[in-house]
Design a protein around this ligand. Structure first.
Ligand code: PHE
Ligand code: ZN
Length: 850
């Protein structure tokens, strides 16, 4: 049913549901190969309906029986579900179906992971569980009875009954089916509690497989912090007696916000100092917050249809970013968020998969859980907040929760709330949702006798299906620095609304150096001709931490670009400016570590492409190596002292302070490894007592080509820990020599510990391969063939992961003709595979441009 003739769904075709649901009662009789699902659903005609057709979604269901108001009926099977003749009045639909969770390798619907039952229903997985109007604008209270011999059997809401071989759960809050969840298996809980702002007691449980209890402490703390933060900052209180999180080994995404029963990929919740890096801790804290915050932004107020996905995702990412900034360092968080926005969203927005934050159409909604919906969606809300101010934002959010609680809403509803709360017309602002592509912002300056002018011009390149773009409203945060390094004009937000616009600053004593787009106030590409000296000046003097970092970053790019294109590189300016930053004892080590990081090969490829140069991944790789080597030599004398200053002597804690020291220490160790025959890295590997240091040392040893012994030791020690073994796989690919990367991938896929059924394991190998441009883009096309072989193999097992991994090809138009034609061959080969899933077909066709 599912894969027959992919159909395009259009936003403009939206019509309200014909029947609404007052109550859902479900009974599950669990069995790995033949689970029975018995549903009893109270329907009533929707007064707003435009048709009378009664249609229920359903996929891969074996029908047992069905009835209406107690009388048996025989539904008509139609594309994607069933149709039944029903009364034009309230009625009760009852059905029994059979499903086979053990055979479900797509990990959507009810499936089994590591011996336990679990569900994933977003976006359209509930239709694989039973017949239902599986669309988010149908919201209903659910009561669920689970029968089986599993020791723990959970669903959404509050526990309202249990006995020998059964449990019952009641969720009083009406919800769409995509938020349904069920988990059953041999599980143990870390238990805790939270008292809400109005004094209500909430039980907290974090469920894991026996043996993983030692990895739950941090997640529980993160949950409590999130609950408190949402009360303090957004006034949002939790609304059930219990909140549960379950860790699952096989999961397509990071985590899922099912009402009262969040389901997490083990990689997004389980952690301990011995097994997890600082980056893991940071990510876990953010994801726990993200899923918890969905309780209000996503669950209590949900989406009318999937074109509104960014309504919940953009907002919830914005909320989790703000939370992380409050828990850690705002400027370091901002820099990391922008790095990932540029690395993933700009990449998407400047290639064949570019799409609007609110798309007009899709074939498979699973393909739209993208960086554009999530990260650009969050940037759009950040800009909105900048434009209306903190007060305006708070008023608007209060009105949003007040007006729309319990509803399924649209992005238009969201913007209307802002208009009503602040009186501001957001007609032009809405273009951020409806026009794809990353705007280019060109700046020129003019100085005349105390008057300084900045002139901006915005242009947005065409994207698939959108040739011409109208100007955006762009909040441009600007500050001016005087020649002596003092700030002469503090941060102001310029509101650009035209294609070209000039802003004037009067009464200045001397020509200033501008600091433009402070805090990355808009998701645009700033184009400004400037000198290496001026960048070095801003790296030394800018009072805006983000722009300080940005100045160093663009200086590094300038040097690398020169090395790549065989021009004279301003290396000394860069090294001297960076050395001063590294020596700043008073500056956050984490900031210094970010300043030290060299732009990635993918970033450089896009940068070159944007400036009209065809990137060659081999050349980028070699130039980067050259730069790293000469930088290490230049910094030689300061390395030992810095390294010892970054040594943490207190017991491990995943705090920002400690993590920053370890991050900078790692940057220094990387340089030292190029000079000392990897002695320091080996010593660190031998004595490291936490995963951050041990993995960092291992990476250095791999770079030095001296990791054989360490890899074997590491494997011996961690072979029973899947999450650590993922790192073992990933690291070997990420640090392989370019001409050995494909070989390494092949060798690792033959390892007994490799399995393509586990998304984490598959991603650790192939995600790392796709993230290693010089290895993946080998001139003979071996990388492309290898990835295509595996995508073809994985597609029948797990289409979602296959479709997601095809994104490795999305940048193909940047490269030379030979590489393009080798890639085209592989894309065509994948597309020609008989029975290719709708997910992968859509992605590969969009990439191919067919
Ligand atoms: N809604 C989830 C989140 O953003 C992501 C997700 C989507 C998970 C689809 C599973 C399937 O947190
Ligand atoms: Zn989300």
């Amino acid at each position: 049913m599912k894969d027959a003739s992919p159909q395009t769904i259009y936003l403009t075709d939206y019509t309200p549901p014909t029947y609404l649901v007052d109550q859902v009662d479900l009974t599950f009789r669990l069995s790995p190969n033949a689970t029975r699902v018995i549903s009893r659903i109270a329907f009533r005609p929707n007064p707003d309906a435009v048709s009378k057709r009664f249609f229920l979604h359903g996929e891969e269901l074996t029908p047992i029986s069905s009835s209406i108001d107690g009388a048996p009926v025989t539904p008509r099977e139609v594309e994607g579900g069933i149709e039944v003749d029903v009364p034009d009045a309230p009625f009760v639909w009852e059905a029994e179906v059979e499903i086979a969770p053990a055979a479900n390798t797509a990990l959507e619907g009810l499936y089994m992971s590591n011996g336990m039952y679990c569900t994933q229903c977003e976006a359209e997985g509930f239709r694989k569980i039973t017949w239902y109007p599986d669309r988010p604008d149908v919201m209903a209270p659910f009561k669920v009875r689970i029968e089986g011999d599993e020791p723990v059997m959970l669903s959404n809401g509050n526990p309202t009954g249990s006995g020998d071989g059964w449990t019952e759960w009641t969720d009083p809050w009406p919800k769409p089916a995509y938020l349904f969840a069920l988990v059953a298996g041999d599980l143990v809980a870390r238990e805790d509690s939270f008292t809400t702002m109005s004094g209500k007691h909430v039980d907290l449980k974090l469920w894991v497989r026996p043996g993983d209890e030692g990895k739950t402490a941090f997640g529980m703390e993160a949950l409590k912090k999130s609950m408190k933060w949402d009360e303090d900052v957004y006034g949002r209180e939790y609304d059930l007696d219990i909140f549960q999180i379950v860790a699952v080994s096989d999961f397509n995404m990071g985590a899922m916000e099912n009402k009262g029963l969040n389901i997490f990929n083990t990689s997004a919740v389980l952690c301990s100092p011995e097994t997890s890096t600082d980056a893991n801790f940071e990510r876990i804290e953010a994801i726990i917050a993200h899923e918890y915050f969905h309780n209000w932004t996503g669950n209590r107020i949900t989406c009318r249809d999937w074109f509104q996905l960014s309504l919940k995702e953009g907002l919830t990412v914005f909320r989790d970013q703000s939370f992380s900034a409050d828990m850690r360092s705002p400027s370091v968080c901002r820099i990391s968020d922008v790095l990932s926005l540029r690395g993933r969203q700009f990449r998407e927005d400047n290639g064949p998969l570019a799409h609007q934050v609110q798309p007009d159409s899709f074939v498979e909604i699973n393909n739209f859980y993208t960086s554009t919906i999530y990260e650009k969606g969050a940037e759009v809300i950040r800009m909105l907040k900048t434009l209306v101010g903190d007060e305006g934002y708070k008023k608007a959010l209060d009105l949003y929760f007040d007006r729309h609680d319990g509803q399924a809403c649209t992005i238009d509803d969201w913007l209307t709330v802002f208009q009503d709360a602040t009186g501001r017309d957001l007609g032009q602002f809405k273009r951020w949702y409806k026009q794809a592509g990353t705007p280019r912002l060109r700046v020129s300056e003019d100085w005349n006798d105390g008057t300084y002018q900045l002139t901006f011009t915005q242009t947005t390149p065409p994207t698939p299906g959108q040739e011409v773009k109208e100007p955006f409203v762009i909040p441009i945060a600007v500050g001016l620095i005087g020649p002596n390094g003092d700030e002469v004009v503090g941060t102001q937000v310029l509101e650009m609304t035209e294609g070209t616009q000039t802003f004037t600053f009067e009464g200045l004593a001397a020509k200033p150096v501008p600091s433009i787009l402070r805090g990355f106030s808009a998701p645009v590409i700033l184009e400004r001709e400037t000198s290496a000296q001026e960048r070095a000046f801003l790296l030394a003097n800018d009072t805006d931490e983000f722009n300080r970092w940005e100045a160093g970053r663009s200086l590094a790019k300038e040097v690398l670009t020169a090395l790549i294109t065989g021009k004279e590189a301003p290396q000394a300016i860069y090294f001297d400016a960076l050395a001063s930053v590294l020596r700043e004892d008073h500056t956050d080590p984490d900031f210094r570590a970010l300043a030290l990081a060299i732009p990635s090969a993918d970033d450089m490829a896009q940068t070159l492409f944007d400036s009209g140069v065809t990137p060659d991944p081999d050349v980028i790789h070699d130039a980067t190596e050259t730069l790293k080597q000469s930088r290490a030599e230049y910094f030689q004398d300061m390395l030992p002292r810095l390294l010892s200053e970054m040594t943490v002597t207190e017991p491990f804690a995943p705090t920002h302070e400690q993590a920053g020291k370890r991050a900078l220490g790692h940057g220094i160790l990387q340089m030292l490894t190029r000079l000392d025959g990897s002695k320091a890295a080996q010593a660190l590997f031998d004595r490291a007592d936490n995963m951050t240091l041990s993995l960092g040392a291992l990476a250095c040893l791999l770079n030095a080509g001296k990791a054989d012994a360490a890899l074997a030791t590491f494997r011996d020690k961690w072979q029973d820990d899947a999450l650590v073994m993922d790192k073992w796989f990933m690291l070997q690919v990420a640090h392989a020599d370019p001409d050995k990367a494909a070989e390494t991938v092949t060798r690792l896929t033959q390892d007994p510990a490799f399995t393509m059924k586990n998304p984490n394991r598959f991603r650790s190998v192939f995600g790392a391969f796709a993230g290693h441009p010089a290895g993946f883009h080998q001139k003979d096309g071996s990388g492309y063939r290898l990835l295509a072989d595996w995508l073809i193999k994985l597609d029948p097992i797990n289409p979602q992961i296959t479709a997601r991994m095809s994104g490795a090809f999305e940048t193909w138009k940047r490269y030379d003709g030979d590489r393009q034609s080798l890639i085209a061959d592989q894309l065509d080969r994948i597309l020609a595979t008989p029975g290719l899933s709708r997910d992968t077909t859509e992605m590969i066709s969009r990439i191919r441009g067919a």
